[in-house]
Design a protein around this ligand. Structure first.
Ligand code: ATP
Length: 239
């Protein structure tokens, strides 16, 4: 059977006032894939993710989720349908405990047993969160907050998990841990769209990747092909 396209971005344009940050970007994410979006600072990756999740309005083009345009829908509406983003800078509720943050992730659900099972699953991914379950989120380290943000997103039972720079600002050990869990989440069947400046790690995990440059897609291919491409190596892998 043919794999379903979950997310289809078509000639997307996004502007901030008069400035075009995204100038006609097209890509797709199929069921079960891990797709990485890489590119330099300011290339428009975050803006693209925001438009896909309803946080930023679309100037032109379209975003289709499960075959239907999502234009005009907000982030909560989309999260309820399985399109769930972990924002850059994490966005945890700092005055709530870890458990309360995780419960917030499940706010659209009322299947008590499913929620409890998913909380166990999050604690299995991140034992640190279990150890600190009653600690306030605002008192945790950057890496722990990233774990919590990912855990909270998983509590919404995403069909597509969108991760914006999950490794940013983290220690090397924490970066390893985060990418290990992204890989594990993907192997458990969650479709993932990963935005990263750490091109090497993002492409190692990816089935396919897209390179963004000045608001446009400049290259696409399998993760492996992009990793070995001389232009990608020179521009994004420091060679
Ligand atoms: P980064 O990794 O730094 O987040 P990026 O590839 O995600 O880079 P964007 O954050 O999407 O890039 O930024 C794309 C362009 O849009 C940049 O030139 C940026 O300065 C601009 N931009 C982003 N957010 C805003 C905003 N709220 N208002 C005005 N301009 C913005």
């Amino acid at each position: 059977s043919k794999t379903q396209t979950l997310l289809q971005v078509e000639k997307l344009k996004v502007a901030y006032g008069g400035i075009q940050a995204v100038k006609g970007v097209s890509f797709e994410v199929r069921e079960g894939e891990l797709v990485s979006l890489i590119g330099a600072n300011g290339a428009g990756k975050t803006t693209t993710l925001k438009a896909v999740t309803g946080l930023q309005s679309i100037a032109d083009g379209d975003v289709k989720y499960l075959g239907r345009s999502i234009r005009g829908q907000g982030p909560w509406e989309l999260a309820k349908q399985g399109l769930v983003m972990v924002p850059e800078g994490r966005g945890t509720f700092t005055r709530m405990t870890i458990v309360e943050n995780l419960q917030m992730g499940a706010y659209t659900r009322n299947d008590k047993d499913g929620i409890a099972a998913d909380m166990e699953r999050v604690f299995a991914f991140f034992p640190r969160l279990l150890e600190r379950r009653d600690q306030l989120a605002g008192t945790m380290s950057g890496g722990e907050q990233q774990m919590l943000a990912m855990g909270r997103a998983l509590m919404a039972r995403p069909k597509v998990l969108l991760l914006d720079e999950p490794s940013m600002g983290l220690s090397p050990i924490m970066v390893d841990k985060i990418f290990e869990v992204v890989n594990e989440i993907h192997s458990q069947g969650v479709t993932v769209l990963l935005v990263e400046q750490n091109a090497s790690r993002a492409l190692q995990l990816a089935n396919r990747g897209y390179v963004m440059e000045s608001g446009l897609v400049s290259m696409t291919g399998s993760g492996q092909d992009l990793l070995t491409d001389p232009k990608v190596r020179a521009a994004y892998l420091g060679e």
